[in-house]
Design a protein around this ligand. Structure first.
Ligand SMILES: NC(=O)c1ccc[n+]([C@@H]2O[C@H](COP(=O)([O-])OP(=O)(O)OC[C@H]3O[C@@H](n4cnc5c(N)ncnc54)[C@H](O)[C@@H]3O)[C@@H](O)[C@H]2O)c1
Length: 340
């Protein structure tokens, strides 16, 4: 492991973090907007000259470059935001950590467990933050879902399933599992904090060789709980939905809903004493708890600044990210081994 330079500055709540961002594409523009607001966006990097010109107009105080090495060797930088396609996350995050910068990296930070472990090792050795961009974990509706699960409001959780479908954005560098599944998986693992006993996936690459556009995943946890994910950018429905089926109640997080992000259904099977052995169903009220309207991306970026400033468990987000990569790796191995 190379010698690690110490982070340049001691961060505190009053210090504005100097952030450099690599990747100024579709998602990068959202990250740049928020980091410019909550931190000091000093550097912007993209290999596309057209994007550099556009961002130079939008962020006149930032320095623009197409050379990542030039950006990370700058002493005027505390942290690096990585918003490139997934395969580039690991080499860029590693180089930034080796240069002594805190790293916020879009999900997943690496495509192999061994690479993720290496990044965590570098962050630990350098006293640096490594935060994967698991956006949904900062969504107030997911926090509410977690509250419903942890407070036992739904009863024992039996099944969780995610629907993440749309027509587009058709990617050619990462398949639907790594691009879309990573979102649902991070939430499923957050809700059900158990070891995975089985993980399998089926899917098919219709448009670009080797890049599955449609993927179905099955997970079984140690206690017998099961989960499923339908991931696709070849679908007529735009769905961003997670359903949690409990023994007593069921809850749905629908991110396409403007107001009713969470709906709780008082629906459940029951086994009346007088007809023991014969299951019936019970249907009661349906209600939607109020969910704060805070922008998840802003909450996520603020969390990164708090971690850099020393608040909270610095290693936790990276460890959670490792758990996600571990399951993705298993699912990917199954996907390749069992083509549809
Ligand atoms: N959290 C979310 O909800 C969310 C949503 C969409 C995308 N994402 C993630 O954001 C990341 C970027 O996705 P996108 O849709 O913005 O992709 P994109 O293709 O639109 O943009 C990526 C940009 O990175 C640049 N780039 C690639 N390699 C580079 C390098 N080595 N040096 C400099 N620039 C480089 C490209 O030129 C491009 O402009 C992906 O990891 C994606 O999964 C997250």
């Amino acid at each position: 492991m190379p010698a690690l330079p110490a982070p340049e500055r001691e961060m505190s709540a009053d210090t504005k973090l100097r952030v450099g961002q690599v990747g100024l594409g579709y998602w990068g523009r959202n990250l740049a907007r928020v980091f410019d607001d909550v931190a000091d966006l000093t550097w912007l990097c993209d290999t596309s000259e057209t994007l550099r010109e556009e961002f130079a107009r939008r962020f006149p105080a930032a320095r623009l470059t197409g050379d990542f090495e030039e950006m990370i060797s700058s002493p005027d930088l505390d942290a690096v935001v990585v918003a490139t396609p997934v395969p580039a996350h690991y080499p860029l995050a590693r180089a930034a950590l080796e240069a002594g910068k805190h790293v916020f990296v879009e999900k997943p930070p690496a495509m192999r467990v061994s690479e993720m472990e290496e990044l965590i090792g570098l962050a630990e050795a350098g006293g640096l933050v490594l935060m994967p961009g698991h956006l949904l974990l900062y969504h107030p509706a997911v926090q509410k879902l977690k509250e419903l699960v942890d407070s036992d409001e739904l009863g024992e959780v039996l099944v969780v399933y995610g629907n993440r479908q749309n027509l587009g954005k058709i990617r050619k560098d990462e398949n639907a599992l790594w691009s879309l599944g990573v979102h649902d998986l991070s939430v499923i693992l957050y809700l059900i904090q158990e070891e995975i006993a089985e993980a399998s996936a089926h899917g098919h690459a219709f448009l670009n060789d080797g890049v599955e556009d449609v993927v179905f995943c099955y997970l079984r946890f140690a206690s017998g709980k099961i989960a499923h994910m339908h991931l696709s950018w070849l679908d007529p429905h735009k769905m961003r939905r997670l359903t949690v089926v409990g023994r007593d109640k069921m809850a749905v997080f629908d991110d396409m809903e403007l107001e009713r992000k969470i709906t709780v259904y008082e629906k459940a099977p029951e086994e009346p004493a007088q007809t023991y052995g014969e299951w019936r169903t019970r249907t009661g009220d349906i209600f939607s708890p109020k969910i704060p309207n805070d922008e998840p991306l802003r909450l996520e970026c603020r969390r990164f600044l708090e971690l850099v400033a020393g608040e909270g468990d610095r290693l936790r987000p990276a460890q959670d990210g490792l758990a996600v990569v571990r399951v993705l790796e298993q699912l990917q191995a199954s996907l390749v081994a069992t083509p549809a």
